[in-house]
Write a protein that binds this ligand. Structure first.
Ligand SMILES: CC(=O)SCCNC(=O)CCNC(=O)[C@H](O)C(C)(C)COP(=O)(O)OP(=O)(O)OC[C@H]1O[C@@H](n2cnc3c(N)ncnc32)[C@H](O)[C@@H]1OP(=O)(O)O
Ligand SMILES: CC(C)C(=O)C(=O)O
Ligand SMILES: [Mg+2]
Length: 570
């Protein structure tokens, strides 16, 4: 690839000078007011704008999730857009605690029709915008500063005029956005907004939303935060204007810019679910909300079925959500790599132990988990998919899958040995190995395939066995085994020349109390060579232990371990 030769075409963003900034010392303690613009900025960025059915599905989702401010469209853009607003109003689909917003350019005839779309609404907001940045004043509009102020003021006047004329009892709110605010001279942005406020006259019971877009994200997030802190200091009427932001994600730092801008004084945030919207998207409302939740702040939005949110967004936008998308992507709760799997497995075990010790459910405990910033169940995901196995995985992951999917808590040394088998299959296939396949591999390798009625032969040489009973014994959460259990297992195997040297438990106590559960035993046997593992299941401990030793013997013979022939007779 050629070295980049194009950097001369760009210049650094000139930051504003704000040496006495205070935002870096603040922390967020409460959510902002959220506005979803999925149906407007999100919709205007789609290859196929949403059909009425898709728009309705999105609106209902937003309402269910708890969004109280929803920009439902740009009614003059198309008949569909207009009709959708009419449908919401005429079919009385807007809950009393939800306020819809409709948007328009600052053009008289467009504003009239936009306001008209709201006839019959109990409460609504008209949102007018015009670009204020120098590039747009010069290039797109061919106007100077004063004409730009005039455009904003005339737009505001039109909203007031048509609102009064057409909307009767509607509680009509107003929002103004200096488009490209982040590229506008800050003093000019204030000048335009003050002129708009002078006309709207915000006061008690008459708010104005001043919405500051990073229409195209251009700077590092700290610069946007400085701009917002400066604005908050310099705009008048702080009690009656709501300082709102509308960040985009062109540099991939929309979330960071939003969080710093909230620290700097923004009280309201506009964005889209999963970062839909123009170009690289509006800021993602899912990420912002769940970033708050994972800092112990209730975002006021229901993310408890995030898969459904994602599916609906994908249906409405006809665009896929990345499997790596924070919190909601298909793969974000999945660890393939060995050391991560090991840490997560230990984390779950510790959490379960803590909860059991405190007599609480896991959901009542603080989430303290390596590699997973949020509990999957808090967004409606399950643990099963947390660990998936491929060639990057290790024993921790294999052990987790055996435990979570197959209910088997392998002894540590067997975990290590079996992980090597799994690894060789993963290396050979180069692909993921499913939990089912892992279960089958384990059985093929360690479970006796011999006829259950077949007996062990009396061994002519001493055979030593260590037994591991899956599940903790009734009186022994710490893994120790009751003396009578050991004695009876010894008695079972002793006539066949097998000396049981040790018996231990693996896995949690709860398993042993399950009356439906078959007994499961792992046996590590010494036939005079390398120790060999076997696994057995049975209606009781004795049958399972017997089967495990026989499986080990069969494996020993297959792998040509010395003296194996002496142990099993056909
Ligand atoms: C950053 C944002 O997301 S802003 C929102 C953008 N969203 C959309 O534009 C989606 C909906 N828009 C539309 O359907 C159409 O653009 C309409 C119906 C609003 C207007 O359509 P048209 O009248 O055909 O104009 P067009 O789309 O070409 O807009 C450009 C004209 O509007 C003017 N204009 C653009 N924005 C504004 C504004 N905010 N206020 C006033 N005039 C504006 C331009 O200067 C240009 O005027 P000119 O023709 O005199 O040079
Ligand atoms: C708020 C409007 C004007 C917008 O979508 C933007 O500037 O990005
Ligand atoms: Mg936008």
């Amino acid at each position: 690839m050629k070295a980049d030769r194009s950097s001369h075409r760009y210049q650094a963003f000139v930051p504003m000078v704000l040496p006495d900034r205070t935002w870096p010392d603040r922390t967020l303690t409460a959510p902002p007011r959220w506005l979803s613009t999925d149906l407007r900025d999100g919709n205007q960025a789609l290859v196929n704008p949403m059909t009425p059915a898709r728009k309705l599905a999105m609106f209902e989702l937003l309402v269910e999730m708890g969004y109280k401010e929803i920009e439902v469209g740009f009614p003059v853009a198309s008949q569909d857009e207009y009709d959708f607003v009419r449908m919401l109003i005429e079919q009385d689909r807007i809950p009393d605690d939800v306020r819809i917003t409709v948007m328009s350019q600052a053009r008289d005839e467009l504003i009239r029709r936009t306001v008209e779309s709201l006839r019959g609404a109990r409460s609504a907001v008209v949102h007018v915008y015009n670009a204020t940045a120098p590039l747009f004043r010069d290039l797109v509009f061919g106007i100077g500063r004063q004409e730009c102020v005039d455009l904003a003021v005339q737009g505001t006047a039109a909203v007031m005029r048509y609102g009064e004329r057409l909307l009767g009892d509607c509680d009509l709110g107003y929002q103004y956005s200096p488009e490209l605010f982040n590229e506008t001279e800050p003093d000019f942005a204030v000048e335009v907004c003050e002129a708009v406020m002078d006309l709207w006259q915000p006061g008690p019971g008459r708010e104005i939303v001043l919405n500051f877009p990073a229409t195209v994200e251009r700077s590092t997030p700290n610069v946007f935060a400085d701009q917002i802190e400066w604005l908050d200091r310099n705009l008048s009427r702080p009690e009656y204007r709501c300082l709102s932001i509308h960040p985009h994600n062109d540099r991939g730092t929309g979330v960071a810019a939003t969080e710093l801008a909230m620290m700097a004084g923004a009280k309201r945030v506009e964005g889209c679910l999963f970062g839909g919207g123009e170009r690289a998207g509006n800021v993602c409302l899912v990420t912002l909300g769940l970033n708050m939740l994972t800092h112990g702040i209730d975002p006021g939005i229901d993310f408890s079925d995030l898969d459904r949110v994602r599916r609906t967004v994908e249906y409405c936008s006809e665009l896929p959500v990345s499997p790596r998308h924070p919190y909601g992507g298909d793969l974000v709760f999945t660890a393939f790599s060995g050391s991560h799997q090991d840490a997560i497995k230990k984390g779950f075990a510790a959490l379960e132990a803590e909860a059991a010790a405190a007599g609480q459910s896991v959901r009542d405990r603080m989430w303290r988990m390596p590699y997973l910033p949020i509990a999957p169940e808090d967004v409606g995901r399950s643990y099963e998919a947390v660990v998936r196995i491929n060639s990057q995985s290790g024993k921790g992951g294999v052990a987790y899958v055996m435990s979570a999917w197959h209910g088997l808590d392998l002894p540590r040394d067997l975990q290590i040995e079996f992980a090597r088998t799994v690894q060789s299959v993963a290396d050979a296939t180069g692909a993921e190995i499913t939990p089912d396949r892992i279960g089958r591999l384990f059985e093929q390798e360690y479970l006796s395939t011999a006829d259950e009625t077949r007996q062990l032969a009396v061994s002519r040489v001493p055979v030593f066995a260590e037994l591991f009973v899956d599940g903790a014994g009734p009186a022994s959460a710490d893994g120790a085994v009751r003396a009578d259990e050991i004695a009876s297992l010894r008695e079972t195997l002793q006539p066949w020349g097998v000396e049981v040297r040790d018996v231990r438990h693996t896995g949690p106590e709860s398993k042993s109390h399950d009356p439906e559960r078959e007994a499961a035993v792992y046996a590590r046997c010494d036939f005079g060579g390398e120790p060999v593992w076997g696994f057995g299941r049975g209606p009781d401990l004795h049958a399972a232990a017997f089967s495990a030793v026989r499986a080990a013997a069969a494996r020993a013979r297959e792998t040509a371990v010395e003296l194996a022939e002496a142990v099993e007779r056909h």
